[in-house]
Design a protein around this ligand. Structure first.
Ligand code: GLU
Length: 286
């Protein structure tokens, strides 16, 4: 079994991250497998080296260890770009120049979230730019526009499935199935490469989990629906689908899920206040 923890260095790790990372390591260790760390730093406007340094420190303090060198997404942009060229040439993505406002206007919506059909990646795209596609097969994908997945072309089969050993937000577990029609209706043409960024969370996570031979993806249940996007991308690009283990989110006393700005629940805070790694394990219920 190969598991991983894949934090973004955009803020301090909190108890929810500790829970996820410890669970991923415990699962790997219990089976004589391997736990990996990956730094998801594609959003260069938000990542900071000091957050990355603190991630290493916090995780070491918790008792985690991982092989070196650590995979870092910012070093894999060439790989993402190569895949985008392939998707572009195959007419699986199109170039989108819509602003958020343009999308809402096309849906005739006064404001975001106002009873709009919404999927795991936000409002379902109305299709405005769908015809902006490759003209010849040997073009590079454009970088000065967002690239959206053309969902009708991406779903090359009628049924999809993955194995869930944890649970989704509504208790979903076991074999999770969904159809191409579901994906077209409930997910739609999501952004696969943000403008000038050259990738997105969805594209990178799928390519990296495959590149690291991850067999079990352990992460929060808030990503359960996004897993459907990942399964579609894996099939489209001929990659294996790992087993997924979504876990509950750690909440604060008021039942609200923890956020990176919630310094009160930061691992570093517990550490400086004299808590031990075992105390943290106990607090998160491990
Ligand atoms: N970088 C993502 C996050 O911190 C990782 C999500 C995942 O495990 O796939 O939310």
């Amino acid at each position: 079994m190969i598991t991983r923890f894949a934090p973004s260095p955009t803020g301090p790790l909190h108890l929810g991250h500790a829970y996820s990372a410890l669970m991923a390591q415990d699962m790997a260790t219990a089976t004589g497998g391997q736990f990996l760390l990956r730094i998801e730093d594609i959003d260069q406007t938000r990542v900071r080296p000091e957050w990355e340094a603190q991630i290493f420190e916090d995780l070491h303090w918790l008792g985690l260890s991982w092989p070196q060198p650590v995979m870092r997404q910012s070093e894999r942009l060439a790989r993402y770009s190569e895949k985008l060229d392939w998707l572009w040439a195959g007419h699986h993505v199109f170039a989108c120049t819509c602003s958020r406002r343009d999308v809402l206007d096309a849906l005739a919506a006064p404001q975001e979230g106002a009873d709009l059909p919404t999927g795991p990646d936000g409002v379902i795209y109305p299709g405005t730019c769908r015809s902006n596609q490759a003209i010849s097969a040997n073009e590079h994908a454009p970088k000065d526009a967002a690239l959206r997945l053309l969902m009708t072309s991406a779903v090359a089969q009628s049924c999809f499935s993955f194995h869930e050993t944890g649970h989704g937000p509504n208790g979903e577990t076991g074999l999770i199935e969904f159809t191409a029609e579901d994906a077209i209706r409930d997910i739609g043409d999501i952004v696969l490469a943000r403008r000038y960024m050259g990738t997105s969370y969805h594209l990178s996570v799928v390519l990296d989990d495959a590149a690291q031979d991850v067999t079990h993806v352990v992460r929060g249940e808030d990503l359960f629906e996004a897993t459907k996007i990942h399964v579609i991308l894996q099939k489209l690009m001929g990659l294996p689908t790992p087993i997924y283990h979504h876990h509950q989110l750690i909440r604060d006393g008021a039942g609200k899920r923890l956020a990176k700005r919630d310094d009160a629940r930061a691992i570093a805070k517990y550490r400086t206040e004299g808590a031990s790694p075992d105390d943290v394990r106990r607090i998160v219920g491990l």
